[in-house]
Design a binder for this molecule. Structure first.
Ligand code: HEM
Length: 93
């Protein structure tokens, strides 16, 4: 679980630093989404992980996790998860 958390946070860190240039991380996210099919991940699982992420941030950050911050994280996660799910549904080129 600890390793898993580290992987997720590393990838989210990449997503955050790539926020201003989404195109640079697009193909990496598509590959990641396709690999997740092989891990047995299905679309609804992304909502569970997204909710867990927001809960973790809220619990860890307390009052610093303002509504604005929550919205920014939710948007970022939805963007990343959306790209991964779309790629999972399409064969690689
Ligand atoms: C934005 C969403 C997610 C991100 C950024 C993410 C990121 C990662 C990364 C970076 C890895 C390392 C392996 C690789 O690069 O292929 C990984 C592995 C994995 N992820 Fe995710 N993941 C996400 C969502 C999910 C969801 C929704 C599930 C299922 C509940 C999931 C389950 C797994 C599993 C089972 C592995 C393989 C673990 C192993 O064998 O070591 N991930 N994920």
């Amino acid at each position: 679980m600890q390793m898993q958390g580290q992987k997720l946070m590393a990838m989210i860190g990449t997503a955050v630093s790539g926020l201003t240039q989404p195109a640079t991380i697009l193909s990496a996210l598509q590959d990641l989404g396709r690999r997740h099919v092989g891990y047995g991940v299905q679309d609804p699982h992304y909502d569970t992980v997204g909710a867990a992420l927001l809960w973790t941030l809220e619990t860890g950050l307390g009052p610093a996790f303002t509504p604005e911050t929550r919205q920014a994280w939710a948007k970022t996660y939805d963007l990343v998860a959306g790209v991964m799910k779309d790629a999972a549904a399409t064969p690689s080129r």
